[in-house]
Design a protein around this ligand. Structure first.
Ligand SMILES: C[S@@+](CC[C@H](N)C(=O)[O-])C[C@H]1O[C@@H](n2cnc3c(N)ncnc32)[C@H](O)[C@@H]1O
Length: 285
C-alpha cells in the first residue's frame, strides 16, 4: 500500500463513514446514478481504454467504466478497506475479470507513469489535504493526451440534501455545516478554484460545466430522513443533542422531505455538481 498522508480521511473512511457507504452502497448509487453517464461520457472511455477510478469506493463507476472498455481495464484506488471489500465482491459477482481494486492514497500512490488513458472520479477527489500534489500525481499516471473527468458537488445551496439538513438549524448545532473548506465535500465547489488547482497540477484544457440530476434518497419521507440522519454529518449533529431534540429533528426533516415525494412516493432530491474535464498535455514528462 502507498504511504497514507491523508490520515484523518483514512480514519474516517475506514471507520463509521466507510462502513456506512459500504453497507448502503445501493442507496448511494440510487442517490448518485444520474451523474454516472455524464461522467463516463465526458471521460470518453471506449474499447481498449485503461481507466483509473480515484476514490472509487465500492466501485460502481469502476465497473461501469469496465463495461465500456471490454478489451481494456478499470482500476479502482481508495483509502477505505470496507468499501474496497464491497467493490471486489460486486465485481466478482458480475464476473468482471478486467476490474481490479487497490488500497492507497491517491495523493502519494506510486502509479506507473503514463499507465492510464483516463482517470475518473465520482465524488472521490474533494478530500485531499494537498489537492495540487494529488492531482499532479494522478496526472502523471495518465499517458500524455490522457483525459481526467470527475464530478464534485457545486455550491451547497444547489444541493437538495443540504437544504433538507439546513431545515434543522435551530434544532441541531449545524454551525458552518457545508461551508466550502479544505478538505471536504464542498472543497471544489468554486469553479475558479478547480481551474487553479488543475492548472497548477499540470493539466490543460480544463472545463467546468454544471450538471443536475435527481437522486432517490428513500422509499418514503421516513426512510429518507432516517438515511440522512444516519450519514456522517447526521450522526455527528444528532450525537450532540438530547433525545427530545433528536425526535424533533427527525420529525422536522421528515416533514421537509414529504414535500419532495415523487408520484411513486419515493423521495427525490435535486443535486447540482460540476462535471470537470482536463487533459494531460502531450510532451510533458
Ligand atoms: C463520497 S465517497 C465516493 C465513493 C465512490 N466514488 C462513489 O461514488 O460511491 C469518497 C471516497 O473517496 C475516498 N478517498 C478520499 N480521500 C482519498 C484519497 N486521498 N485517496 C484515495 N481515496 C480517497 C474515500 O475513501 C471514499 O471512498
Amino acid at each position: 500500500m502507498s504511504e497514507i498522508v491523508n490520515t484523518e480521511q483514512a480514519q474516517a473512511w475506514n471507520g463509521p463513514e466507510g462502513a456506512h457507504w459500504a453497507s448502503h452502497q445501493d442507496r448511494w448509487n440510487a442517490v448518485n446514478e444520474g451523474f454516472d453517464a455524464p461522467l463516463l461520457d465526458a471521460a470518453g472511455i471506449t474499447g481498449s481504454h485503461r481507466t483509473l477510478d480515484v476514490g472509487c469506493g465500492a466501485g460502481q463507476t469502476t465497473r461501469l467504466a469496465a463495461l465500456r472498455s471490454p478489451r481494456g481495464s478499470a482500476h479502482g484506488l481508495d483509502l477505505s478497506g470496507p468499501m474496497l471489500a464491497e467493490a471486489r465482491s460486486r465485481a466478482a459477482l458480475e464476473g468482471l475479470a478486467h476490474v481490479t481494486f487497490e488500497q492507497g492514497d491517491a495523493q502519494t500512490h506510486p502509479f506507473e507513469p503514463g499507465s492510464f488513458d483516463a482517470a475518473i472520479s465520482r465524488y472521490g477527489v474533494m478530500f485531499f489535504a494537498d489537492p495540487e500534489a494529488a492531482f499532479g500525481n494522478i496526472g502523471r499516471a495518465l499517458r500524455p493526451g490522457g483525459r481526467l473527468a470527475f464530478v464534485c458537488p457545486a455550491e451547497p445551496s444547489l444541493n437538495g440534501w443540504v437544504t433538507a439538513m439546513a431545515a434543522l438549524r435551530g434544532i441541531l448545532p449545524l454551525g458552518d455545516f457545508a461551508a466550502p473548506g479544505l478538505p471536504g465535500m464542498f472543497s471544489l465547489s468554486s469553479p475558479g478554484r478547480v481551474r487553479a488547482v488543475l492548472t497548477a497540477a499540470g493539466f490543460a484544457d480544463v472545463a467546468v460545466d454544471p450538471v443536475e440530476a435527481y437522486g432517490t434518497w428513500g422509499k418514503d419521507a421516513d426512510d429518507a430522513a432516517e438515511f440522512l440522519l444516519d450519514t456522517g454529518p447526521g450522526r455527528h449533529f444528532l450525537g450532540q443533542v438530547d433525545a427530545a431534540a433528536r425526535d424533533r429533528a427527525r420529525r422536522t426533516l421528515t416533514d421537509h422531505l414529504r414535500g419532495h415525494g415523487a408520484a411513486d412516493g419515493t423521495i427525490r432530491l435535486l443535486s447540482t455538481s460540476w462535471l470537470v474535464t482536463a487533459v494531460r498535455p502531450a510532451g510533458v514528462s
